[in-house]
Design a protein around this ligand. Structure first.
Ligand code: ZN
Length: 189
């Protein structure tokens, strides 16, 4: 695990707390994880391009805080630790109040997101790291396998909530990939 904590000071925490009030009805930036949402980055292979983007805290859809993730896994399976697990990150509409985020480095390269999902599933070092990390987080926070989601299945989670009526419009890590990730988690002792 590579230490790669992004700046997350009082100002960004306040922005996350305000976001949480608008979306979830409670003003907090604290996280007690009940779920995990897996994403792919749609970025170049260099993980630092994505890490530096998250660190920049740029507005997303016109509002702050910027998007981020707790962990990122590059194509050779190195895991980067970006944000503490007790702090909320803005990574999936409807679930940021309960879910950890894991970004997997992959881009669609002009193909579908399903194609990109399949590239990840076939890349052994990256998948091994993903399954190991999820397994460890499940154990640490007692998260059941059916609460491991992809961004493409986040709307179906039992704790999905958004007071503004928004739904996810991202399809990264769709239902087929989620089913395969869950299958591998169940097959791993
Ligand atoms: Zn995503």
């Amino acid at each position: 695990m590579v230490a790669a904590r992004i700046p997350y000071g009082p100002e960004r925490r306040e922005q996350m707390a305000d976001y949480s009030l608008r979306r979830y009805g409670e003003r907090s930036a604290d996280l007690m994880p009940h779920a995990i949402v897996v994403h792919f980055t749609e970025s170049p292979d260099d993980p630092w391009v994505t890490i530096n983007f998250f660190a920049g805290n740029q507005p997303n859809a016109g509002t702050l805080p910027g998007v981020c993730t707790h962990f990122l896994i590059d194509k050779v399976g190195t895991i980067y630790d970006l944000v503490a697990t007790d702090t909320r990150c803005r990574h999936a509409v409807g679930l940021n109040h309960v879910a950890l985020g894991i970004e997997v480095v992959q881009s669609t390269e002009g193909h579908s997101s399903h194609w990109a999902d399949d590239q990840i599933l076939a890349r052994q070092p990256q998948m091994d790291a993903l399954i190991a990390l999820i397994g460890q987080l499940q154990q640490q926070f007692s998260i059941p396998t059916d609460r491991v989601q992809g961004h493409g299945t986040a709307d179906t989670d039992p704790e999905f909530k958004d007071l503004t009526g928004m739904r996810n419009d991202h399809t990264d890590i769709g239902p087929d990939a989620v089913a395969e990730i869950r299958r591998r988690l169940e097959a791993t002792p």
